[in-house]
Write a protein that binds this ligand. Sequence first.
Ligand code: AMP
Ligand code: GLY
Length: 425
Amino acid sequence: MKILVIGGGGREHALCWKLSKGGSAEKIFCAPGNAGIAGVAECVSISDGDVKGLRDFAVQQKIDLAIVGPELPLTRGAADSFKEAGIKVFGPAAYAAQLEGSKYFAKDFMREMSIPTADFADFAEYEPARAYLEKAAYPLVIKADGLAAGKGVLVTSSKDEAQDFLKSLMLDGAHGGAGARIVVEECLVGEETSILAVCDGRDMVILTPSQDHKRAYDNDEGPNTGGMGAYSPVSIVTPALIETIREQVLQRVADGMKKRGTPFVGVIYAGMMLTAAGPKTLEFNVRFGDPEAQVVLPLIEGDLAQICLAAAEGRLAEAKWEPARRTAMCVVMASGGYPGSYEKGKPINGLEAAGALDDVVVFHAGTAAKDGRIVTAGGRVLGVTGIGANLKEASAKAYEAVRLISWEGERHRTDIGKRDLVRIN
Ligand code: AMP
Ligand code: GLY
């Protein structure tokens, strides 16, 4: 099978790595890829947002299966475009991708399909939104409707802060068109977990539950980031809880999208809050999470290419695979300054020594090759995954590898998985 993976971050390295380990991927291309991905796939310099360029390449290379990593090409219609050209694709159509691309679309969909979520109000104009925030009960949550790279959400107890954020979104256009419409939500309390399911439009297989660490610094302090680390499985997410989430959330997404004439093919990612009143949906993503992919993919025992092809062809029920009964943990190593501004081009030391450890995989996110060396080229630079019989072992492996790697300004969290480590001890 000839496969084209779209994207160039840690998630796509994990995808290409897992695909390369299965038996059926004869050739893997990745657009645009990165310096680590180049070790397991042929990188092609087409940007992930260039839907036409990607399709032309796939047609010319007679690609058997396209796997779309990030949300941007999906919301821009990459899956629709591949399909029109007769290329099989793992990833939802643009209509279904609105579950991630528009918070209002997602909330409206959840209301129609009776999917548990926070109560909400939505506004397309400033004045009614301002008046609502004056009278509302706090804390509450304000969300820009569109994609805003994780910066479009404010959880606050302060009316003043809420009004300032509203102004920045609706009057100052802080995130371009993303804030032209907003959603205001009730604030939920609980622990978060990410539940990812591979879906073929009708059937689904739920992957091992994971937990992301969104804040920049230890003890969940500092600004939000794309994710500083993850682990899977999560001890509090029991099989019974997974069944509840399947029935009340994931299956209703699949059934609802089918009903609307756009069967969902790809990964449904439900960001859940485990509240005292049961699991409630915070958000949907329409793709693998990053860094969640770096922990859930190593735990799949099976040929990922066959699984994705079966999903794309609507015959997931035939694809057999088992989750490994092990635990994976990923520590993200970032550039100093991330998620704010940072310098690039710093040579990275220790990659070979870390990569040579057993039960460790060093996934590249923002790296480039320069003068025969690997240098930093992004905010999140590496995702170092350790695998073990339990979280303690996985954590020891991951941090052993992290200690071998260095560059000027490097920074990472030292408490990934701590919540569960405390719980299971
Ligand atoms: P979202 O992009 O919608 O997942 O929001 C980003 C983050 O904001 C989530 O991971 C939560 O930590 C937080 N958040 C979002 N919605 C709520 C809510 N209704 N209650 C409490 N926290 C929330
Ligand atoms: N780690 C969160 C995300 O992929 O959106």
